[in-house]
Structures are given as structure tokens and as C-alpha cells.
Design a protein around this ligand. Structure first.
Ligand code: GDD
Length: 409
């Protein structure tokens, strides 16, 4: 049997995701019309003998209750949210629930970061992991040398795929192969985490006993139950024939900012062409709007037949898109109203916002720049004929004059 664990983190981690994280836990923010965490969860469907999916985080249970019960019914696999009382780090969080996870006596445990966007090639990883015979296999991808330092950089043996060296977010270049935050382990991972905790408490004791300031400062460490998977486990175990890599040639992105969520929504929409074409709007029928490329429209949304939508647009529940509106590369959240002849491009429009007639809400489309897209928080009103370019607008604001490159608090 196999168990999958998805690390969802908690509210303090989502600050870069503001203003969208003011309303919703980041793992539940919709990408291609589905909660962020839904994409790794649905990839788990392809794992044979999957006994349980656990989400581990320190958000309030109530935030996940509705989603977890509906997805359990849909998948016919129990999905449970497990709340940590405080952050224990990416490996410490897993270790905290080891007894529960081991109840199914799994032979393998998948561990997935929730804030990555990829095809999650889990069956391929499982097969490779069995061949290698190690304790863990890490999904890796080759990225540009300039961007690699935002991630864990690693070196592997080109013949055996053994992980030889691992450095988390290094200051000087190590490698353009990086850790994708998707892993498979045997239950031995729990012993490896426990060993780190024991080492930590030994050092803490040494510090307490020692009166030498030098020893005290060298051994100043994190709490014994706080263990990071990357620095504390992967780095020391590299080169010990316990860890291996599995390289993906598909897309992979990390979702830390709203700009990246727009890019990842588009990636998942294009993946739907192959995996879930029924979720994409077809544009067939006389009453349908003109649809271009990959578009998701929630069944409760109302889109006027003269509107033109796409490519890469996702429209959530109860949104209303009026006659002549034009939408390109954007996420329209629940209960938004877009009035006649308004244009929305390279933007995220927050829940219950309203965009006036002939208005334009747009970004230049650079998802990596801080102000490369426009983001409207919840219940923002853009009045008629107002132009908003490359701006971030916090919840409950009304814009009656045009703005460009501004953060409106
Ligand atoms: N439950 C729980 N508890 N989850 C946590 C905790 C914790 O205390 N700390 C982090 N997480 C979750 C985050 O929500 C995220 O999904 C994942 O664990 C990793 O988060 P970080 O430890 O903050 O690392 P990172 O995202 O900056 O980088 C990691 O992922 C990259 C891939 O996206 C590293 O492993 C990098 O090497 C890797 O490239």
C-alpha cells in the first residue's frame, strides 16, 4: 500500500501571496478553476494501491473541511487534513503524524509540496524508486542557471542517478538541476528524521552543560522537533546511496506569488486538454460566447454570447460577464461582475469585485515582475471608463480615476 502526504504550510507562510491570501488559505486558491491543492491530489489518482491522502498544515481545520469531504467522495480515497499545533518544518510536520501515517502499513510514502505546479509524474517516480532501491527519490528539473539559486540545487551521478550533493538555495552556483519538492520515500524516512531530532537534543544538552561561550554559539540550533527536509535530511544523506533523482522534462513552476498563480493557472488549463478536456469551455452552440484557446467557466457563471474569452482564462462561480466584454489571460474569482465592453488582461480579479463599462484592467503580462500583472483584492470597484495598469489594489477599494504601476492600500 501507498500513502500520499501533501505539505500545505500555514497562514504565516502566505505573506508573499497577499492580497489574495487575505481571503483564502493559499492551497485553496483556484488555479484553472480548481483549488491549488486539487492538482497534486488528482495526480494521486494514478498511484496504484493508494490507501490515504493526508494534507498536513497549520491552518485552521475548518478552512479545509468542505474541500476535504467533497474530494474524498469524488476520489473514493479518504483524504484527511491533519493540523500541526505549530510549524515543525517540512520533515518535522511529516514526522509529527508518523503513527497515523503508518497505520496503513505503507511500503511507500509520497511527499508533495502543495505550492508547486507540474504534471506530478508519480507512477514513473514509483517505478524508478523501486529500481534504485534507496530510501528516497526526488523529482528534479533542469532550470536556467540564473534562476537555480531560488531552489535546492543538486548534483547526481549521470549513470546511477544517485544524489551526490545537495545545497539549499546556495549563494554560489552549484548546479542547474533543482529539487521540485516532490518525493517518494520508504518508511525509513521516519528513522532519518528521528536521528536528526536526537542529534539536536544531544547538542542542546551539550550547550546547557557547557559554560564555554564558543560552544554555546556554535551549537545554537533550531528546536529539536523542527526539521527541514532539504537542509537537515537531503544534504547530509547525499552521496550515501540512499537518495536518487527522477528528472522531469514536463513543465514545473513554484507558486509563491499571485503573478505565478496566473502563469500556473494557464499551465494547468493547457494540461486539461490532455487530462480533463470536459472541463474546458467549448464555445459551441448559438448562445455561447466566443472562446479562444483554453478556458474554464464554472457552470454557475453567466457569460454573455457577445463576450470574447481566452486564451488562458478561468471564471469562477456566479461571475457575470456582460455583453462585449473581452477577457485574456486572467483569473476571475467568485461573484465578480464585469460590465459591458470592459477589458481584463493579465490580471486577477478578486471575489465580488465589479468592473465598470468600457473600463480596462490589465497587466503587461510579466508574471515574474512585482507589478507585471494587475491584482484586485476582494470587493474592489472599478468605476466606468477607468483604466488600471500593472497595479495591486487591496480589498474594498473603489477606483474612480485611472492608475498605473501603483499599490493601492
Ligand atoms: N505542514 C507544514 N509545516 N508544512 C510546511 C512547513 C511546516 O512547518 N514548512 C514548510 N511547509 C510546506 C510549505 O507549505 C511548502 O509546501 C513546502 O513545505 C516547502 O516549503 P519550504 O520549506 O518553505 O521551502 P521552499 O518552498 O522555499 O523550498 C522547497 O521547495 C522547493 C520546490 O518548490 C525546497 O525543498 C527547495 O529545495 C525546492 O526547490
Amino acid at each position: 500500500r501507498v500513502v500520499a502526504v501533501i505539505m500545505v504550510g500555514g497562514p504565516t507562510k502566505g505573506t508573499r501571496f497577499r492580497p489574495l491570501s487575505l481571503n483564502i488559505a493559499k492551497p485553496l486558491f483556484p488555479l484553472a478553476g480548481q483549488p491549488m491543492v486539487h492538482h497534486p491530489i488528482s495526480a494521486c489518482k494514478a498511484i496504484p494501491n493508494l490507501a490515504h491522502i493526508y494534507l498536513i498544515g497549520f491552518y485552521d481545520e475548518r478552512e479545509f473541511a468542505l474541500y476535504v469531504s467533497s474530494i474524498s467522495n469524488e476520489l473514493k480515497v479518504p483524504v484527511r487534513y491533519l493540523k500541526e499545533d505549530k510549524p515543525h518544518g517540512s520533515a518535522g510536520g511529516l514526522y509529527n503524524f508518523r503513527d497515523l501515517i503508518m497505520e496503513d502499513s505503507p511500503s511507500h510514502i509520497f511527499l508533495l509540496n502543495c505550492d508547486v505546479c507540474c504534471t506530478f509524474p508519480l507512477p514513473g517516480m514509483l517505478a524508478a524508486h523501486r529500481r534504485y532501491g534507496g530510501m528516497g527519490t526526488i523529482l528534479v528539473i533542469k532550470v536556467s542557471a540564473e534562476s537555480a539559486n531560488q531552489f535546492g540545487e543538486l548534483v547526481a551521478d549521470p549513470m546511477t542517478n544517485e544524489l551526490l550533493h545537495y545545497t539549499e538555495k546556495p549563494e554560489t552556483f552549484v548546479s542547474d538541476r533543482i529539487n521540485c519538492g516532490v518525493y517518494i520515500f520508504t518508511p525509513d524516512i521516519f528513522t532519518a528524521i528521528q536521528n536528526i531530532s536526537i542529534q539536536r537534543s544531544d547538542r542542546a544538552n551539550l550547550r546547557r552543560l557547557s559554560s564555554f561561550e564558543a560552544i554555546q554559539s556554535v551549537t545554537k540550533t533550531l528546536p529539536t522537533d523542527f526539521v527541514r527536509l532539504d537542509q537537515d535530511i537531503l544534504s547530509p544523506l547525499a552521496g550515501k546511496k540512499q537518495l536518487y533523482i527522477y528528472e522531469t522534462m514536463d513543465f514545473w513552476e513554484q507558486i509563491k506569488t499571485p503573478g505565478m498563480s496566473l502563469k500556473c493557472s494557464a499551465l494547468y488549463l493547457s494540461q486539461f486538454r490532455h487530462t480533463s478536456p470536459h472541463l474546458l469551455a467549448s464555445g459551441n452552440g448559438t448562445k455561447s460566447a466566443t472562446i479562444i484557446g483554453n478556458v474554464y467557466i464554472h457552470p454557475s457563471a453567466k457569460v454573455h454570447p457577445t463576450a470574447k474569452i481566452g486564451p488562458s482564462v478561468s471564471i469562477s462561480a456566479n461571475a457575470r460577464i456582460a455583453a462585449g466584454a473581452r477577457l485574456i489571460n486572467c483569473i476571475i474569482l467568485d461573484d465578480v461582475e464585469i460590465k459591458e465592453n470592459a477589458v481584463v488582461m493579465h490580471s486577477i480579479v478578486g471575489w465580488k469585485s465589479s468592473i465598470g463599462t468600457w473600463s480596462r484592467v490589465q497587466g503587461e503580462g510579466n508574471c515574474n515582475a512585482k507589478l507585471g500583472i494587475t491584482i484586485l483584492g476582494e470587493a474592489v470597484t472599478v468605476e466606468d471608463e477607468v483604466v488600471v495598469v500593472n497595479s495591486i489594489v487591496l480589498p474594498n477599494k473603489t477606483l474612480n480615476v485611472s492608475v498605473q504601476e501603483e499599490i493601492i492600500l
